[in-house]
Design a protein around this ligand. Structure first.
Ligand code: NAI
Ligand code: MG
Length: 353
């Protein structure tokens, strides 16, 4: 029996997590899995109910679960609340509480969606990458100074800093991810300039020695940004730090055409969290037009990484591809000649497949 905690959050969160739970229930039936679901509040919705975006009861439930399915948080409604209580604090708080040290973002472009990519079809077709981003270290979490006067001039600074153990565990995860794929890991850094990147590179090389079946190479981040747009097909797994990973994963997400398609997994020391990469989309909330596929593919990652149910995960991924091939599209991907469906209908089609 696996316990899944569902945190819809705000905006379209409710619609897209409902869609993903429908698909999970169906795949559980088909693959003989015992799943239970428990819903908890976070974000602006939780702030309205309890005066805090991340109630302790939500944290406790998440920690006690086998995996968390998260929608999105935020919205203009809460623009004027105290910054320490903003809805977005919920996701940052969960990352910290659950020790979510790695963010995995697959970028896979099914043939049926190549035409939506801003890149030429022959460049993007066949692209299948996983970006493994370090999530709770580096410059985002280093010491910072908002303002100081040095020699009469105001300056501010942020400290980039990585320990061997932080790099070790993320590179290990990247190697293990690549073992189930093509076995190629590109470690991305700026070792020609940054000391922290040189430690990163040394540590990555050492870890990779333990994985004889993995081919590790290094790439500077500026070159990687270019190669993602020129030859995305050449990548299998990319592993990188927090700042570089934030930027590269958004760049790569564009390859697939719609932000509504992209899933992610945040891997923790005990419980992991799965969410689409997009936000709460207040502009389309309640219209029933949000694309649920990013969340449904996140649920597939939950099956794969938290429950070790590879077959069920593949089953969901294949169902998504078939429904797209059948010509069903939510509004974000709709064009003449396709069949336009709502969020709910899209989920039902995928569940059926
Ligand atoms: P957003 O991702 O919510 O929306 C950007 C654009 O993409 C909008 O036009 C939206 O309608 C569209 N879009 C997003 N998801 C879609 C889907 N599934 N189907 C169809 N169209 C979709 O980003 P935005 O507008 O910058 O942020 C809105 C709120 O979400 C903010 O409060 C932001 O802080 C929050 N946010 C939360 C995240 C999280 O919970 N992890 C991540 C990113 C933003
Ligand atoms: Mg980002």
């Amino acid at each position: 029996m696996a316990k899944i905690v569902v945190i819809p959050g705000d905006g379209i969160g409710e619609e897209i997590t409902t869609a993903a739970v429908l698909v999970l229930k169906k795949v559980a039936e088909k693959c003989n899995l015992k799943l239970t679901f428990e819903t908890h509040h976070a974000g602006g919705t939780a702030y309205d109910l309890y005066g805090t975006p991340l109630p302790q009861s939500t944290i406790d439930a998440a920690k006690a679960s086998d995996g968390v399915l998260f929608g999105a948080v935020g919205g203009d409604k809460w623009d004027n609340v105290d910054p320490s209580l903003r809805p977005e604090k919920a996701i940052l708080g969960l990352r910290k509480e659950l020790g979510l040290y790695a963010n995995l973002r697959p970028v896979k472009v099914p043939d049926s969606l190549c035409e939506y990519s801003p890149l030429k079809e022959e460049i993007v077709s066949g692209t299948d990458i996983v970006i493994v981003r370090e999530l709770i270290g580096g410059i985002y979490f280093g010491e910072k100074c908002e303002s100081e006067i040095v020699n009469g001039v105001e300056r501010a600074w942020d400290l980039e800093n990585y320990s061997v153990s932080e790099v070790d565990r993320i590179v290990r995860l990247a190697c293990e991810t690549a073992q189930k794929r093509q076995g190629k890991v590109v470690s991305v850094d700026k070792a020609n300039v940054l000391a922290s990147s040189r430690l990163w590179r040394r540590t990555a090389a050492k870890v990779a020695e333990e994985y004889k079946d993995i081919e590790l190479s290094n790439m500077y981040v500026d070159n990687c940004a270019m190669q993602l747009a020129l030859k995305p097909k050449n990548f299998d797994v990319i592993v990188t730090g927090n700042l570089f990973g934030d930027i590269l994963s958004d760049e790569a997400a564009v390859l697939g055409g719609s932000i509504g398609m992209m899933p992610s997994a945040s891997i923790g020391e005990c419980t992991s969290l799965y969410e689409p990469i997009h936000g709460s989309a207040p502009d389309i909330t309640g219209l029933g037009i949000a694309n649920p596929i990013g969340t449904i593919l996140s649920a597939a990652m939950l099956l794969r990484y938290s429950l070790n149910e590879e077959n069920a995960a593949v089953c969901v991924e294949e169902a998504v591809e078939k429904v797209l091939k059948d010509g069903y599209r939510t509004a974000d991907l709709y064009r003449d000649g396709f069949k336009k469906v709502t969020t709910e209908e899209m989920a039902a089609r995928i569940a059926e497949r």
